[in-house]
Ligand binder design. Structure first.
Ligand code: AMP
Length: 292
């Protein structure tokens, strides 16, 4: 496996392979790799001839009060995982190479980034959209894989690629969970032992929302109450948001439709947890629900 640090060298490597008709797959990450990343890498491996993983803790997506300095950076372990999974290149640019003096262009998606994570972390998504656009320009992949774990981010990337004709196929892979259901995240290492046990309550709350939808409840407020009821049993958690949305636009829904996403974000001590569940009713709403 090659480790490339310079953006110019990365582009040269990709351009050379593309000239030979090689399909390049790309998994962008911030490192501290876990089984969620591993699944993205494996799914990518199946879809391409050459595979690039980037490891870059992107400063523009962190707010001033956030955990940029203390974000975990176990680089040797990350490289070992990539090597084991058959990654061809680990792209590890420095912040200076990505944002040299004089850098000024930022990419913003004012509508899809307006709510949920975007409301709580005001500059986060413009940092994400900017770094993804840059990484796509540097790595020149035909296909890039993202996790459903960051649902709003994956919807934003799909919109970005469409709006700017970036010509990269976006594949969104399911969330990988711990055995109790907690969504894997590089930030879970910050949880104390007690909070780790409590953390699964967020997933349980989303499951409760999905369950009432499957039982025929169509009122968005009733679905939200079912989710909040579960979370309130865990007083150590404070709710940032619990929402029922259109999965493409991320706009909130008053009523359940045949495809909805339940989004949740909570705080537990100093740790923020986010999670989501996509609820698809393949045969539309149950008859009972339609009559209500
Ligand atoms: P990050 O390193 O947190 O920026 O994440 C890099 C990619 O891994 C993003 O596309 C995430 O959505 C994805 N990812 C993170 N956690 C998980 C998970 N538990 N399951 C699936 N994908 C994940």
């Amino acid at each position: 496996m090659k480790i490339i640090r310079s953006p110019q060298a990365m582009t040269a490597w990709s351009e050379n392979l593309r000239r030979q008709g090689v399909t390049i797959g790309f998994v962008p990450t911030m490192g501290a790799l876990h089984d969620g990343h591993r699944e993205l890498i494996r799914a990518a491996r199946l879809r391409c001839d050459a595979l690039v993983v980037s490891i870059f803790v992107n400063p523009t997506q962190f707010g001033p009060q956030e955990d940029l300095a203390k974000y975990p950076r176990p680089i040797s372990r990350d490289r070992a995982l990539c090597r084991k999974e058959g990654v061809d290149v680990c792209f590890e640019p420095t912040a200076e190479a990505m944002y040299p003096n004089g850098f000024q262009t930022m990419v913003t998606l004012p509508i899809i980034a307006r709510r949920w994570e975007g409301e709580i972390r005001p500059h986060h998504f413009s940092g994400v959209a900017t770094v993804v656009t840059k990484l796509f320009g540097i790595v020149c992949p035909q296909v890039a894989l993202f996790g459903q774990k960051d649902f709003q981010q994956s919807a934003l990337v799909q919109q970005l690629v469409k709006d700017l004709n970036l010509g990269v196929e976006i594949v969104v892979c399911p969330t990988v969970r711990e055995t109790d259901g907690l969504a894997m995240s590089s930030r879970n290492v910050y949880l104390s032992q007690e909070d780790r046990k409590r953390a699964v309550t967020l997933y349980k709350s989303l499951r409760a929302g999905a369950e009432v939808i499957r039982r025929g409840v169509t009122d968005g407020k009733a679905v939200q109450s079912a989710m909040a009821y579960v979370l309130k049993k865990e007083p150590a958690m404070t709710i940032d948001y619990l929402a029922l949305c259109n999965p493409s636009t991320l706009e909130p829904l008053c009523d359940v439709t045949s495809r909805v996403v339940l989004l949740g974000a909570v705080r537990l001590g100093s740790v923020r947890l986010i999670d989501n569940l996509l609820v698809i009713l393949p045969w539309g709403l149950p008859n009972r629900a339609r009559r209500l």
